[in-house]
Design a protein. Structure first.
Length: 146
């Protein structure tokens, strides 16, 4: 490994710029645990970017099309930016957004070695939030925007 790939995590925000927090997931059925997680992630920085899994990677039962998930997440008003990830590479979106913090849900991990390497190269702090109740309680935006 080169010295560049071993860069220490940068200070969030750094040099007077806002701290960007990056969250990713399928978000097929938005439930109260998702909303809590997004609020916790939002509290970690100044700007929240939510990246939805591309339809090519959304293999869950009863998967919801990306366009519908995008409308639902935007309607929550919790994120500064909501977008759909790349079909080819999670790391590509991470590099494009250049977040300070990558938040993982309690049941998530980095998807691949390329993403882990990108997080190290960019100095992104990776943190996992604890489990919280509410998965069985679907959020109203899911029904209003279906």
């Amino acid at each position: 490994m080169t010295r560049k790939t071993l860069r220490r995590p940068r200070e969030p925000g750094g040099a007077g710029r806002p701290t960007t927090v990056f969250v990713a997931g399928c978000f097929n059925r938005v439930h109260n645990a998702h909303v809590r997680m997004l609020r916790w992630a939002r509290a970690l920085g100044d700007r929240l970017v939510v990246v939805l899994a591309h339809d090519a990677h959304n293999h869950k039962p009863n998967a919801v099309p990306a366009a519908q998930r995008l409308r639902r997440l935007r309607a929550l008003g919790l994120a500064d930016k909501v977008c759909v990830g790349s079909a080819g590479s999670f790391a590509r979106r991470l590099r494009a957004e250049r977040p300070d913090i990558l938040v993982l849900g309690y049941d998530q991990r980095l998807p691949d070695a390329e993403t882990a390497a990108a997080a190290r190269e960019l100095g992104v702090r990776v943190t996992a939030l604890p489990w919280n109740p509410g998965k069985e309680e679907h959020h109203a935006c899911q029904y209003l925007l279906s």
